[in-house]
Design a protein around this ligand. Structure first.
Ligand code: ADP
Length: 542
């Protein structure tokens, strides 16, 4: 017997329709490429998203055609999120930090028809447009009078004249909720990038889950600043969850330095922010010298890379801001786990609570996870045994776009490429990417743990731990360190700093001071590149 409830497909357009109708006057504030602040409401955003939909119809784009963006977090990008997907086209957000050849490769692979870009990326578009054979229309996200003359880009028009010519009356179409809504290529540190193809159903379910109290805890009372980019994994789904809850949105545009973010947090009374550890590092470094305080910020979600304990402590102890450690990936839309405590943890002493908070967290309803050994056998949840982390759920990829790389699933589970432990309460802790695991004398050393200790040293700005070959132990860890400007620490002092903080055999054999650690397009340390740079390195004792 079938249930007798209304059967409405879960569509992205329903989120903006809801926000427009029920939170029409909630604000969306954006720092623009021009430097000024733009402010309007969900009502206005909904109206202009419908103009986008009409403008795409006017270009004669088909259902399912791909519309690419190269853009910062801002209101026009937000309108594209809804206008493109809501009208049945696929929003392809491109990461501008990728190499231009990779951007051209991705645009061709996705067969993008339209490219909408912020003027900051004009030189990039000028460099790649000749190689992007499928793109027929270029839209610069600016006013008509800011459109560059003689750009050399064919069929270029300003966003404002493009949508300005269109009516704002449009009825969002209804279609199968499994229709593709958006796509995002993984950064492809090995081989060509592969695209996760999100659907209306997966994005809407993810938006629901992300807003839950034990996940991102978003509400109409919040003012949310996503520093996480809308050009990679939909800014962790915040543009969708914000509309679902009616939260005020504050977009930082291109200004991601500590000073600009701090000023925006304060001026717009932001209660909640989300970002990767490197961005928060810049913010904290800006705040510390002048003794600056937050007046309204209460919570921040930190993920994308392991959040160092020193950062969680600084936010918590020095600024009274709760850090929610999050883990996920492009293939997971991206949220998999969030770290919030349970009722039974309430009475624990502060350090015990902190030990839990350092973990990547508990699975969100909708995500199932397990750890397995090399033979695929499930391993115990004892908080000690490491294994390959596998996941499944309705917002996790089944297959990559165009079937690239064959089926990624193993017995219906997606192997994340992360190595982790899970404790009896279901808290998962990532120890490494499987390719970065250091094996010393048959035991595994977690590079994340070794890095976390180094960055707790006051003179260390950034640290990356890699394994180097050793005749007796197979591999030994060394740590590459970037010092904070004007601060000093010697090799021996840092090695000594490890004493008592980890098992003796896990202490790195050496410290290599470097000017910078190579970062990938999503701000993660590129250990493959670091290993190449240090390929002639020899351990001192050998
Ligand atoms: P890509 O750069 O491949 O697109 P993603 O942006 O999807 O990657 O990042 C996914 C990976 O980032 C995860 O598999 C994991 O290794 C790492 N990661 C994400 N969040 C965390 C975290 N909180 N702690 C440790 N690693 C993390």
């Amino acid at each position: 017997m079938l249930g007798l409830m209304q059967n409405q497909p879960l569509l992205i357009s329903s989120l903006i329709e809801f926000a427009e109708r029920h939170h029409g006057d909630a604000e969306i504030v954006s720092r623009r490429v021009e430097g000024d602040l733009h402010r309007y409401t969900y009502k206005e955003a909904g109206r202009r998203s419908r103009q986008v939909a009409n403008a795409l119809d006017a270009l004669k784009l088909n259902f399912g055609d791909r519309v690419a963006t190269l853009a910062w977090n801002g209101y026009r990008h937000f309108e594209l999120y809804y206008g493109v997907s809501g009208s049945g086209r696929v929003l392809h957000t491109i990461n501008p930090r990728l190499h231009p050849d990779q951007i051209a490769w991705i645009a061709n692979h996705a067969e993008d028809q339209v490219l909408c870009f912020d003027l900051s990326f004009l030189p990039l578009v000028q460099a790649v447009h000749g190689k992007c054979s499928s793109i027929k229309h270029y839209i610069a996200l600016c006013d008509a009078d800011k459109l560059p003359a003689d750009s050399g880009i064919p069929n270029l028009q300003s966003y404002e004249s493009w949508i300005g010519a269109q009516s704002d009356s449009y009825v969002w179409p209804s279609f199968d909720e499994n229709t593709a809504s958006g796509m995002c290529y993984t950064s492809g540190t090995t081989g060509n990038p592969k695209a996760a193809l999100y659907s209306h159903r997966s994005s809407t379910l993810h938006a629901y889950a992300a807003a839950l109290p034990d996940v991102m805890c978003m509400s109409a009372r919040d003012a949310i600043l996503p520093v996480v980019p809308m050009f990679h994994v939909n800014a962790w789904g915040i543009p969708y969850s914000a509309a679902l809850t009616g939260a005020k949105l504050v977009f930082p545009g291109p200004a991601l330095d500590g000073k600009s973010i701090y000023e925006l947090l304060e001026a717009e009374k932001v209660t909640y922010a989300a970002g990767v550890p490197t961005v928060w590092q810049m913010l904290l470094s800006h705040m510390k010298p002048g003794g600056l305080r937050f007046s309204t910020l209460r919570r921040t979600v930190i993920g994308g890379s392991a959040c160092p304990p020193a950062m969680i402590k600084a936010f918590n102890d020095d600024y009274g801001v709760e850090v929610l450690h999050a883990w996920g990936m492009t293939e997971m839309s991206p949220l998999g786990t969030l770290c919030t405590l349970k009722n039974k943890h309430d009475a624990l002493p502060a350090e015990e609570k902190m030990k839990i908070r350092l973990k990547q967290g508990r699975a969100i309803y909708g995500v199932d996870m397990k750890i397995v050994d090399e033979a695929g056998k499930e391993l115990p949840w004892d908080g000690k045994t490491f294994g390959d982390l596998h996941v499944k759920g309705p917002w996790i990829v089944r297959e990559y776009y165009k079937g690239e790389g064959g089926s990624p699933l193993v017995d219906g589970w997606f192997p994340t490429g992360d190595v982790a432990t899970i404790d009896a309460d279901g808290y998962m802790q990532v120890t490494d990417r499987s390719k970065d695991v250091i094996k010393s004398g048959g035991e595994w050393i977690s590079s994340i743990e070794i890095e976390n200790i180094a960055v707790a040293h006051p003179a260390v700005a950034m640290a990356a731990c890699i394994g180097v070959p050793h005749p007796k132990w197979d591999e030994r860890p060394i740590i590459a360190v970037v010092k904070k400007p004007g601060m000093e620490v010697t090799r021996d002092e840092l090695i000594k700093f490890y004493e008592g903080k980890t098992a003796k055999w896990q202490i790195p054999d050496d410290v290599v001071f470097v000017d910078a650690i190579p970062l990938g397009a999503t701000g993660k340390m590129l250990k493959t590149r670091l290993r190449e740079l240090l390929k002639d390195y020899k351990l001192p004792q050998l």
